[in-house]
Ligand binder design. Structure first.
Ligand code: SER
Length: 887
């Protein structure tokens, strides 16, 4: 059964039982505690906790959620079941059916016949586990379903009590396993062997709330949730592995084609040895995860999500290379995985070109890294061999890794090709040292910033009421004061403090827009607010300094936004939307936003695009943006459901959740419609002029545009005008003729320089006669030695030829040197009569080289050289005279 069908049967099974089908949330949600969505229940968290009512007709839902878990990245390909990307199919009940319903639904689908829409698994092969004291679940399995007692096993908290690993909903769970048979391991059920018995479905009886703590079994249970809920997760890829009768999750219909592509690209054989097999599987697994991350807007980078993507892509490239690939492979892998995934994710079609572009750019950059690393590797390998060593120092392997991003296994592989070993221990020791340093750094950062746990109580009990879309000042109660991660009761003049208010008109940094500046006053007490940040989605933290008086928790205050700041921030944020709209209009829809920042008067906008923009494209973007400003469109903001907003074509990549009410900001209809929580002008013309400063590259496949808006734009333009006017005055020319004038002047300058050089040469040639007169006679040979200033090597040759001619049939040697901006060119010419005496210019040039740190050579009658130390010419000339005397 194909994966696509396994998905459809799942959804069908639950939809026909009254569940609402919910589309997968993006892999990235606006939750600082989660790098990626890693379980089907994540988007439903507020419903489990009772913070929001589930918007589903029967209080039940079903979904197939995209998930990424990269903690086990090193396990990929080694075990048979670790995917970094996987699809978790789930059914969810919010206060509706509980244990028995969940168990019956799951059993029905797994063992239901294929004809009737089920998966047709043999019931005899299914085993289950329950939490230690969960007799209720065990009894249902035994009495209602009829599973024999010996196939029901009990496990402790670490295995059968599920939580997100952080505070949130939790509960005991029951897992369903499939026995893959004796070829895969020993008998005895899941507690004996979890490779042979593969976990396929986890039924969580979500009834409690978890508190702080660590890991899977070391936390406090705070108490029951408002309702008893069900959260289940079935691993689609594992079911596919079983139903398709393949050995592991990398060989199913979705991933196997990537392995096949790798076979034909590299010429290596799959199934020949374990190390290569792992590489093939890494390529298949990571190609898919990388592709799905890029689909959801992640771009390769050096931090956070971007770094994980980069690491995945690099592991693909490295694995392909170790399998024998010589050049680029990424395009083939990406195309292959997009082909297999498009039936389930049709949105890939629109993103295809962008994904290829990003992946290929990253590959190019990494191949360059590999190239420079390889260069260094060859050098150190040669040195080691020349020194008779058979081991490469750990320090060298570390430099390769640290400076060139050269993976250690590649170093190992290349070293073994050269018959060398690598000092792994030395390498690991240096890596450990580096990790320790990084850890110490992080720790220092953490204590510098506040520990977020002090805010938790406020997040839960007093989410901030934001009134800043319509008001610039509001009354507010001081709910909390925090400094250095500690709660305070009061703060005094001079203190820096974080203020939590029940209500605020101040915008907290988000969506690229910086937090507002402003004041908080209580009577005469004045706090200057320097920044406003959010904790989670709901709590505003005002970073402030007490400028006058003292403030106390519980007091009534007035919070006021600095109106100029806000006005200019609105201008910049609205300008950002217009530039985004213009970019897409001019560069096409693949120019997807990758990040942005805006603050009063200034904005920058990063987007996916591989090529630099031409000056014409920039000019068109700027013109279009300003035309929309000038047309003075109304800026509409409204709230709607995510589905509705997407149907309208609103652009949103990150952070929105199914069921969320989202805010849409619309300027000029289809031209710009974005999901955005920022503050905006009311009419486009209030933005004022927008001036692009230029564009640049910020990492592979991402470009950045910077711009000024409003008065800052005016200031910038006026500054440019002054510059031009000042330059025009200096050049005594009207401003609009400046370019011609400058071109003319540089042309003149070039001509003058040429003329000057010509004159200098002529002058030297005239002096040539004088040089003949000043020649000294060594034996019966005339010797001229002269140091000339500012003469090029070419001119030296001409002057030397000239002097030589003047000696006619006399035996003469002419040695000239020049001091030419740090270089020291020199020349020796010998007349035929001198050559007859066996004096060779070539030999003399070699002699001179020693004194001016240079080298050179030539024939007997004329030879030239170049040095780096003109100060050595005196000695060099003396050496020439000595050499001539010896003949
Ligand atoms: N939340 C549970 C899991 O991730 C079941 O969906 O395993």
């Amino acid at each position: 059964m194909q994966t696509h069908e396994i998905r459809e049967r799942f959804i069908q099974h639950f939809v026909s039982a009254g569940h609402t089908e919910v589309p997968s949330a993006p892999l990235i949600l606006d939750d600082p505690t989660l790098l990626f969505v890693n379980a089907g229940m994540v988007p439903f968290k507020p419903y489990f906790l009772g913070q929001q009512n589930p918007p589903f007709a029967n209080g039940t839902a079903t979904s197939i959620q995209k998930c990424v878990r990269t903690l086990d990245i090193e396990e990929v390909g080694i075990t048979t079941r670790h995917n970094t990307f996987f699809q978790m199919a789930g059914n969810f009940s919010f206060g509706q059916y509980f244990k028995q319903g969940a168990i019956e639904h799951a059993w029905g689908l797994l063992t239901g016949s294929v004809e009737s829409g089920g998966y047709g698994l043999d019931p005899e092969r299914l085993w289950v586990t329950v939490y230690l004291d969960d007799d209720e679940a065990a009894n249902i399995w035994r009495d209602v379903i009829g599973i024999p007692e010996q196939r029901i096993q009990r496990l402790g908290m670490a295995d059968n009590y599920w939580s997100m690993g952080i505070p949130g909903p939790c509960g005991p769970c029951s897992e369903i396993y499939y026995d893959r048979g004796p070829a895969y391991g020993v008998e005895g059920g899941p507690i004996a062997d979890d490779t042979r018995y593969m976990e396929i479905w986890n039924l969580v009886f979500m009834e409690n709330e978890r508190g702080e703590g660590t890991g899977k079994d070391n936390f406090e249970i705070l108490g029951p949730l408002p309702k008893k809920n069900i959260d289940t997760g079935l691993g689609i890829e594992r079911v596919a592995c079983i139903l398709q009768g393949v050995d592991n999750v990398y060989e199913t219909d979705l991933l196997r084609p990537v392995i096949d592509a790798a076979i034909s690209l590299t010429g290596a054989t799959y199934g020949a040895n374990h190390a290569d097999d792992v590489r093939f599987r890494v390529i298949a697994d990571h190609s898919r995860t990388g592709m799905m991350l890029m689909l959801d807007g992640v771009t390769p980078g050096n931090e956070g999500r971007g770094y994980i993507l980069r690491r995945l892509l690099r592991r693909i490239i490295r694995s392909a290379r170790l399998l024998g690939a010589n050049g680029a492979t990424m395009e083939v892998f990406m195309n292959t995985i997009m082909d297999t995934m498009t039936p389930s994710y049709p949105e890939i079609a629109d993103a295809r070109e962008r994904i290829i572009r990003t992946a290929v750019a990253e590959e190019r950059a990494f191949l360059r890294t590999l190239e420079s690393g390889t260069h260094l590797f060859t050098q150190v390998a040669q040195e080691a061999k020349a020194a008779g060593q058979s081991t490469l120092a750990g320090e060298k392997a570390f430099t390769l890794h640290d400076t060139y991003g050269f993976p250690i296994d590649l170093t190992l592989e290349m070293a073994s090709e050269q018959g060398l070993e690598v000092d792994r221990e030395g390498f690991e020791a240096l890596m450990a040292e580096q990790r320790a340093r990084a850890k110490a750094d992080n720790k220092a950062k953490k204590t510098g910033g506040a520990d977020v746990s002090v805010y938790r109580q406020f997040v839960d009990e007093h989410p901030t009421h934001f009134t800043g879309y319509t008001q610039l000042a509001d009354e507010a109660q001081v709910l909390g004061l925090v400094a250095g991660g500690q709660l305070l009761h009061t703060a005094e003049e001079g203190d820096e403090v974080e203020v939590i208010l029940d209500t605020t008109p101040m915008y907290a940094e988000g969506g690229g827009q910086l937090g507002d500046r402003g004041t908080i006053t209580v009577g005469d007490t004045l706090l200057t607010v320097e920044d406003v940040q959010k904790v989670g989605k709901k709590l505003w933290i005002h970073r402030a300094t007490v400028t006058r008086g003292a403030i106390e928790v519980g007091q009534q205050a007035i919070a006021t936004v600095d109106p100029t700041w806000r006005h200019q921030a609105r201008q910049a944020h609205s300008a950002t939307h217009l530039i985004h709209g213009a970019l897409r209009e001019i560069l096409g829809p693949t120019a997807v936003q990758a990040g942005s920042m805006n603050k009063p008067g200034y904005l920058r906008f990063d987007f996916n695009y591989t090529d630099p923009l031409t000056p014409e494209q920039l000019a068109r973007i700027e013109a279009l943006t300003n035309e929309v400003v000038d047309a003075d469109y109304q800026v509409n903001t409204f709230e709607t459901s995510l589905a509705e907003a997407k149907a309208m074509g609103a652009m949103a990549l990150f952070g929105e959740n199914y069921g969320d009410v989202v805010r849409v900001v619309e300027i000029a209809g289809d031209f710009s419609r974005e999901l955005c929580g920022g503050t905006h002008v009311g009419h486009a013309s209030q933005i004022g002029p927008v001036t692009l400063l230029g564009e640049s590259s910020v990492g592979s496949g991402v470009r950045r545009i910077e711009a000024y808006s409003g008065l800052d734009s005016m200031g910038y333009l006026s500054n440019q005008r002054h510059l031009a006017a000042h330059t025009a005055t200096l050049l005594k020319t009207p401003t609009d003729e400046l370019p011609d004038r400058v071109a003319q002047l540089s042309e003149k300058l070039r001509a003058a320089e040429k003329q000057l050089a010509q004159l200098r040469k002529q002058q030297l040639q005239q002096q040539a006669g004088a040089f003949v007169d000043t020649a000294i006679t060594v034996g019966d040979v005339a010797v001229v030695t002269e140091l000339l200033d500012g003469v090029s090597g070419g001119d030296l040759r001409q002057i030397a030829t000239d002097i030589k001619a003047r000696f006619g049939s006399r035996a003469a040697v002419i040695a000239l040197g020049a001091d030419e901006n740090g270089k020291a060119p020199f020349i020796v010419a010998c007349t035929p009569a001198a050559v007859d005496k066996d004096i060779k210019a070539g030999d003399l040039v070699k002699e001179m080289s020693r004194f001016v740190d240079g080298r050179g050579g030539g024939k007997a009658d004329m030879a030239q050289g170049s040095g780096t130390r003109a100060a050595g010419f005196n000695d060099a000339f003396a050496a020439v005279r000595t050499a001539v005397a010896a003949h």
